[in-house]
Design a binder for this molecule. Sequence first.
Ligand SMILES: O=C(O)CCC(=O)C(=O)O
Ligand SMILES: [Fe+2]
Length: 343
Amino acid sequence: MSTSFATAMPAAYSLDLPEATADVEQNKRNLDEYGLAVHQALFTPEQVAVLLARLKEQAEMEEEQGVAQLSDQSSTSKTWIGRASDGPAEPCWQGIPMLVNKGRVFIDLGVMNPVLHQYANHCFKNYPMMLSSMTGLIVKKGATPMVIHSDQQFVPFPTPTPVYLNMMVCLTDFTEAMGATRVVPRSHKWNLYPKTTIGPQGVPINPEPIETVPVICKAGDVILFESRTWHQSGHSTSDTVRYSFTLLWNQSWMRPMDDIVQSLHDDVYESLPVEVRSLLGFRFDAAGRFEPRYPGDRQSMNRGMPFVPELTRGGKKKAVPFGNLKAGFTYGYENDAHEKHVK
Ligand SMILES: O=C(O)CCC(=O)C(=O)O
Ligand SMILES: [Fe+2]
């Protein structure tokens, strides 16, 4: 199940955490040193209230309309799509995937947040990035801990930079009793993924004990953890529900966790400025070419392509010319918009 690169984790390691701060340069150093950082109070109480209200309403209505992603503990256990009553267990956890389609506020405050871009550019050493997923996470009493994992656990070799960077936007306080995210500080330097095996319930478990520490936060804080850092959601024993959403970014050569280009609704796409489309993958640097499915379909900004079906003499299908590739370029000539967001 898991791939290990080093022989073993260190016999002893420290669980000390960096202090939360709004100092971006300090947080960059913390990301380098600990594999994580907490940006303190990035969002105002008013912004948190708006984000939380939208997330709660969406979550409730997904459940009411029988399309909620629910689980007894986390995405690694008994997970189903439907209503709470459809499942085999108590729905202590709810995921609200593809938030790009579920409220402009998540895009304006999250995806387009210039402070958050600075962290991604730092971790990715300014290699172009794109949004990989944006997901709401609700953790209720009874939710048990997620398997300890790294978010790039399926990458079959060690990487000198993280491939993904996760940003957990706390919409309530995160206390240990509420199942706050737990981490293994400095594990990003180990060149090792936490060991997992399939447990008796048929889902991955950690066969050996691994000590983790909760990241205690306030509503409005953002936990930044890069994709080599070992982590898990915690065990909720509290009546207070933990609400958050994560922005996951990846270097743009990597296949994103969620195929947002495929999944973004047309009306949302139409409403978005080019800067947002660019960050959602409608601009590519190396991998991810796509063509229109029909004439007039949405296009990659820096590689617009004609509609070209199978063409046969006497056949009915016709090509529809279009294209914004300039002679001498393969892609990426629209550098101004691009550079603005990756530097
Ligand atoms: O909910 C949490 O605390 C952790 C979630 C997580 O592991 C992830 O988003 O990758
Ligand atoms: Fe994770």
